[in-house]
Design a protein around this ligand. Structure first.
Ligand code: SF4
Ligand code: SF4
Length: 197
């Protein structure tokens, strides 16, 4: 096994998928006249786990483009994040600490941020093959904007998820099902280095 950063063709495919996620998000945000401007909160301190090697690898494509000293700073903050999260989890608390990629309130690796980061904010839905629909109401500020509107625009996540899963399959190939499942925070993905495939 060796450390793997994505092949350029696969990196281009995930960049394209990410840009379409952004478009789907922006469409709903425009319909709701919603932006993050002036938000008193910064949801980059929310604790999320991420589950694909392909997103992990693409994150590392972005990290490797940074100057070494900037990456070093991110790695230091990632180590602090992981230690603080482990302490919180040991107390049975949900960790809340700023993502190590957030620099001065903004995402320092914006083009490489993961799907969960891209979906957070506006309302969205996930339609399962059996027709069941899970709804996500959006962040607290967006919920205030939506109020009790009878019809709410939403990003439908299912086709975007399906494409992400297809890219994961393309990356893993015959190794699919043989590798341990990814269940990592962004900080853990940074500390671990690129996925070893
Ligand atoms: S990757 Fe970027 S957008 Fe996602 S939590 Fe970290 S700083 Fe925020
Ligand atoms: S997504 Fe919502 S909570 Fe997060 S920064 Fe934007 S407005 Fe604030």
């Amino acid at each position: 096994m060796e450390a793997s950063i994505l092949q350029p063709e696969l990196a281009a495919k995930i960049a394209d998928l990410y840009s379409r996620m952004e478009k789907a998000y922006d469409l709903v945000a425009r319909q709701l006249d919603f932006t993050c401007d002036g938000c008193p909160d910064n949801c980059c301190d929310s604790y999320f786990l991420h589950h694909t090697h392909v997103e992990w690898a693409y994150l590392w494509v972005g990290l490797m483009e940074l100057a070494p000293e900037r990456r070093k700073g991110i790695e230091t903050r990632a180590a602090e994040y992981v230690a603080a999260s482990e302490r919180a989890l040991a107390r049975n608390e949900r960790p809340q600490r700023m993502c190590p990629l957030n620099e001065e309130g903004r995402c320092g690796l914006y083009l490489h941020r993961l799907m969960i980061c891209r979906m957070h904010g506006v309302p969205s839905s996930l339609t399962f093959p059996n027709g069941k629909v899970q709804k996500f109401p959006g962040c607290f500020r967006c919920q205030e904007i939506v109020g009790d509107r009878p019809a709410v625009p939403m990003v439908e996540r299912a086709p975007l998820f399906r494409e992400l899963v297809a890219l994961e399959q393309e990356l893993l190939g015959v190794q699919q099902g043989q590798l341990p499942k990814v269940n990592k925070t962004i900080a853990e993905m940074i500390l671990a280095g690129p996925p070893r495939l």
